[in-house]
Each structure stands twice: as C-alpha cells, then as structure tokens.
Design a protein around this ligand. Structure first.
Ligand code: SD4
Length: 338
C-alpha cells in the first residue's frame, strides 16, 4: 500500500511531468500546415516543401520535394556533391515515412542523384522498407533513375585530397568550433562554420497528416559501406500520425544506439512537448557516456500533431528552420553542454 510519505514523494517527482503534459494538452492552438527542417540550410528546403503544403498537398509530397531540392544542390554537402568515404566514393543514405507508417529507405547508394525518391519508390512499389548498396542502385536504374558521374565535386575533391595527407579518421560532426575540437574535424568550411551533410525535415499538412524525409552523404571519410542513422526508421526519422514526427542530425552511431527519433516520438506520446521529448532523448545519449558525449554533436528536431515544434542538442550550434502561415525563421536549438 502507498503510505503518505511515499505518496508525497511520488507526487513531488511527478509534478514536472504533470505540468509539462498540461502545458501541451491545454494548448488548443493548431498550426497547419507547417514544415520544420534541420539546420539553416533548411530555409530553402522549407520554401520548396511549402509549395506543396500551401496548395493543400500531402505532407509526404512536400518532404520529398524538400529533400530533392537539397540533393539537387550539387555545390552543397548533401547528395552527390557531398564528401566521399575514405576510399573516395560518395555513398548516400535517405529515407521517407508517411502518415500511414509506410516507409522506404536506401543505404550506401552510389551515383544516384535523388536517393529520397528511390526510397519513396521502394516504399510504394515493393514489399520492403530498405535496400542498400549495389542492390539499391540496381533497383533505381531499373526504375528509371539515371546513373550519375562518379566524379567528386570540386569542394569534396579539395577536402578529400587534404584529408588523404593524414588519413586521420576522427569523426566529430557539427561541433561548432573546429579549433576547440581537435586537429581535424571533417564537415567544416575553412572559416570553421559547420558544413552539414544531412537534411531532415518533417511536415504537417492542411489535412492534419504528418510525414518526414532525410537525405545525407553521411559522415565524411567514413569506412566504405558505413551507414548512419539517417536512413534508419526510428533512428534518423520517425513519424507517428497520431502523435508527431522527429528527425536527427549529428553522429549517427549515437542516435542509432538509442533509436533516437522513436524515443522522441514515444516521449511526445506520453505528453511531453516536442522540446522536452528531444531533450530526454539527448539526455539518454549523454547518460550512456558523458565524457564521450562532450566530444560530439547530436540534435533532435520534433513536430507534434498540433504543429508545435521543438529541438534539443548535445552542444551549442544546432539550428533549425521553420515555415508556416505565421512564421518563417531559423531558430537556435537549446543544448545540454555549454
Ligand atoms: C550520419 N547523421 O551519417 C548523419 C550525419 C549528419 O550533419 O547528421 N551530419 O551519421
């Protein structure tokens, strides 16, 4: 039986949870349509997705269009213009998930410009969720996708040649200040600003349905065949049309170890706001290995069924882009260390 002392203790413990839940449940506002994307580079991605959302289209079409925009920007780090693996080969990961929990995914695909659309084709025309490597490329070619050149972009060639001098594999993704964090951290421009290789976006359409997509060239100079969190459903992306959707960026291995975006969505199901849900997933990563977590970056971004968004990261520097009928802006994420 619960004695009074235990009862008081339990109610004190549950108070913050109760108030967070209430703050979500008492909020009757509904923002739709809305799209949120990782990073400041998400701004034009949102603009592209918005064309579909503003025309009362489906969220799944909007997120595919947003991801395709980024993949098509070949002077950028997402898609075929991205940094190669340590063998000098660009391998791409992508996924998409719709309001019915249909999902499609490609891992380590080579020489295909729009992996997100290959993922969608897998989702819609096969009984499978994920194809990888040569099989994914074969499937893409059989379905009308073109084989692109294997040449690296000028920027990727320059960075790869530079990296080859030491061939020091020291993954530190998206930490804000390169100089603070060791001799060589890939994914930074010369001025030290983060050069993101991943684009994740989630959207709520005017019918109240949610979808998400992620596309990436993955971690720069990775071991050939390495696949990160981005194409893994429940790690880099998760959508539950009853609750909300989440995506991630940062060191994929850490996200995969906790099934990060699935954790975020399940936290939202329990009533937590998107920001607190993201924070809880970040805390789970930090709890596993606090010292290691200090050396790396992971950021989660979430949107709930009411169109309320939130993000949380391990370190300072993660930002996200929002577009709705009432706002269009880039917002710095809250973070744990700093
Ligand atoms: C990965 N999560 O492959 C990706 C990398 C990333 O910005 O997010 N970079 O692990």
């Amino acid at each position: 039986m619960l004695n009074r002392r235990k009862f008081l203790h339990l109610s004190a413990l549950s108070f913050p949870v109760f108030s967070i839940k209430n703050s979500l449940h008492n909020d009757d506002t509904q923002t739709k349509p809305i799209v949120v994307s990782t990073w400041d580079s998400g701004k034009p991605v949102n603009t592209e997705a918005w064309k579909t959302l503003a025309a009362k289209g489906r969220a799944v079409d909007a997120v595919e269009a947003g991801a395709r925009y980024m993949e098509g920007t070949l002077n950028c780090c997402v898609g075929l213009g991205g940094y190669p693996d340590r063998d000098g080969i660009v391998t791409l990961d992508a996924c998409i998930m719709d309001e019915h929990a249909n999902c499609g995914s490609v891992g380590a695909i080579e020489r295909i410009k729009h992996p997100v659309s290959v993922a969608r084709k897998i989702m819609e025309s096969t009984p499978h969720v994920m194809l990888v490597g040569e099989g994914a490329q074969k499937f893409a070619l059989e379905n009308g996708f073109e084989l692109a050149s294997k040449d690296l972009s000028a920027d990727a060639r320059k960075e790869y040649d530079q990296w080859l001098i030491k061939s020091n594999y020291h993954p530190e993704i998206n930490i804000e200040n390169k100089k603070q964090n060791g001799p060589y951290a890939p994914n930074f421009f010369d001025d030290g600003s983060p050069n993101h290789d991943t684009m994740g976006l989630v959207a709520l359409d005017s019918s109240g349905n949610m979808s998400g997509a992620v596309t990436t060239s993955g971690m720069a100079f990775k071991i050939h065949g390495r696949v990160g969190d981005s194409p893994i459903i429940g790690a880099g992306l998760f959508v539950d049309n009853e609750v909300g959707a989440a995506t991630s960026s940062g060191v994929g291995e850490e996200v995969m170890r906790i099934c990060g975006t699935h954790v975020v969505v399940e936290m939202m199901r329990q009533g937590y706001s998107p920001e607190i849900a993201c924070r809880k997933a970040i805390e789970r990563i930090i709890k596993r290995d606090r010292e290691k977590a200090k050396t790396l970056q992971v950021g989660f971004l979430a949107l709930n069924k009411k169109g309320i968004y939130g993000a949380y990261a391990i370190q300072k520097g993660f930002v996200f882009s929002v577009k709705s009928n009432t706002e269009e802006r880039i917002i710095p994420s809250k973070y744990f260390f700093g």
